[in-house]
Each structure stands twice: as C-alpha cells, then as structure tokens.
Design a protein. Structure first.
Length: 307
C-alpha cells in the first residue's frame, strides 16, 4: 500500500465572513508530483500556508507525514519538508552561497559542503559573487528551491514556481522538478496556472474552484479519460451524423447546421473521411482537436457554474 504523505480532510478556512476554503479534502501519496490546479484566488496558496503552519484552518484536519496538525509531532514533520510559497525569501545583498549559509544556520545544519552540492544540483554553482538582486527570475526561483532542499526534505511544496519565467527558464525548471522527484525521491506539491507545464511534470492532479476541491485524478486516469476530438464542417451536419452513427461507436455533437464534434472515440480522421465520402457527404474541413488539461479544467468549471 502506497504511503500517504499529506491528507487534508474537510478543511475550511474563513477570513472574517469570506470563505476561502470550503471542506477541502485531498491526498498526496509518496513519490507523487501533485499538481494543484485553480484560478488565482481559488485557494491554492491558502492550502499551502495551512500545511506549512503559516495559517490555521477554521475547521477540518491536516495530517503531514503521519502527524496531525497542532501536535508536537507535526512540528517535527515540518522539519522534514521544504517550501517556496509566493516568492523565495532571500537577502538581496547576499550571494547564492551566503543565502544558503543563512538557511543552514537557521536550521542547525553544520555540513556546509551540502551548500556546494545543492547549488550544483540546481545549476547555480558558478554564480560566484553575484548578489541575489542581480539574479534573473529563473535563477531566483532555482535558489529558492535549493534553499528548500538543503534540509533534504521528504516533501517539497512549490507555489506558482514558474510564474513570470521565460520559455527557456520554464524548460529548465521542468527538468529540475523531475530531477528532484526522480533522483532524490522527493514528493512534490506544486501549483501553477500554466497547465501545459503542470501536465508535463505532474503524476496526479487536484482541481480546486472557489475554495472547493472539484476533483482529484491520476495522470494515467486523466490520459485514459481524455482523448482527442475530431471536428467536422460538412454540407449537411444532420445527415452526416446519421451516417456516422450507423458506422461508428462514438459521441457525435452537432454544434451547428454544418459542424460536428466527435468525442469518446479512437477513430481516425481518415476513417471518418472515407465513410462520409462513400455516402456523398460534402466535407468542407476535417481535423483533430487535441484535448488538453486546460480544456478539461475549463469544462469542469463550466459544469459547476452551469454554463
């Protein structure tokens, strides 16, 4: 049975009369890269602050590495995690090495050789005397991760770590996250609104909307559930749909007099094109539409909001 690193059960958080989290439950398993997905203000950062003890839940329970929140054991569990929430907390006038040394002093880490190892790991070993304020955003984020990793945590929490990064820095960051998970066996909770990137690194997803957990799903289950669609523009959509239903098992959605969307199928464009041509259906255009994590999340939100 896979070990659970983090469990939230019916967690609610209120700021005065404002409901920030509404009975949120989630589970992060050992070895996972858990992608937390939601709009800005949906509650992602609030969840992370509650986990790291920067904020208290109004109700509900949190279990981290086997320890319940508000216990002495939970404080010990916090010593086994690393976190970068909102932005890396580093001193502008210090170098990467000096900032890392400050973290070591704060955590009671006396083996300073770990600093060189960690800076090498995040590709910041050659920054020399350059101050943190002179770093690019990507370098700052990588230093933040190095600072979070110096205690060799079992669990890493990252809040919007690729926000504002350029495309090259995003690729570097993606590779770093996968490297941390693979080589250090670190479980990761990561949030981002850049869902194309989150899809590439995550092993499971949690969708949160307006403070409510809408769905949790593994990447394997997501990939099995979400298949590409075929979009058709034909002379007569109603007649074309009748013919297609006679020949294929799929979901056919007529969106206008000329447009059809085919889903829930492994059909190829060539197969659809052949049958319609054999039945003298005029085809104006036909092509595949890739269904993405962003599409899936958008459709979930539309269902919730009744659109």
């Amino acid at each position: 049975m896979t070990e659970t690193v983090l469990t939230l059960k019916n967690v609610t958080k209120k700021f005065g009369s404002q409901l920030a989290l509404d009975n949120v439950s989630l589970d992060v398993k050992k070895g996972d890269i858990y992608g937390l997905i939601g709009r800005n203000g949906s509650g992602k950062t609030t969840i992370m602050k509650i986990i790291t003890d920067l904020s208290q839940a109004t109700s509900g329970s949190v279990t981290l590495l086997g320890a319940s929140k508000n216990t002495a054991q939970y404080v010990q569990s916090l010593g086994r995690i690393g976190a970068v929430i909102e932005s890396p907390a580093a001193y502008n006038k210090l170098t990467a090495y000096q900032n890392m040394k400050v973290i070591c002093l704060q955590r009671g880490i006396h083996d300073y050789s770990l600093i060189d190892d960690m800076l090498q790991f995040v590709n910041l070993a050659d920054t020399g005397k350059k101050k943190f304020k002179q770093f690019s955003l990507g370098m700052k984020q990588r230093l933040g991760i190095a600072m979070a990793l110096i205690g060799q945590p079992d669990f890493l929490i990252l809040d919007e770590p690729i926000n504002g990064l350029d495309p090259f820095a995003i690729i570097e960051f993606r590779e770093l996250i996968q490297k941390i998970n693979r080589e250090r066996n670190t479980t990761i909770l990561i949030s981002s609104h850049i869902l194309t990137e989150l899809y590439q690194v995550s092993t499971c997803f949690g969708f949160i909307h307006n403070g409510k957990m809408v769905q949790e799903i593994s990447k394997d289950d997501f990939d099995a559930l979400v298949v590409d669609s075929i979009l058709l523009n034909v002379d007569n959509a109603e007649l074309a749909t009748v013919i297609l239903r006679e020949n294929f098992e799929a979901t056919f959605q007529v969106t206008s007099d000329h447009d059809i969307k085919i889903t829930n199928t492994t059909l190829t464009v060539a197969e659809v094109n052949k049958v319609l041509a054999q039945n003298a259906i005029g085809i104006n255009s036909i092509g595949k539409q890739e269904n993405t994590l962003e599409d899936y999340y958008t459709n979930l939100v539309k269902e919730i909001e009744g659109e």
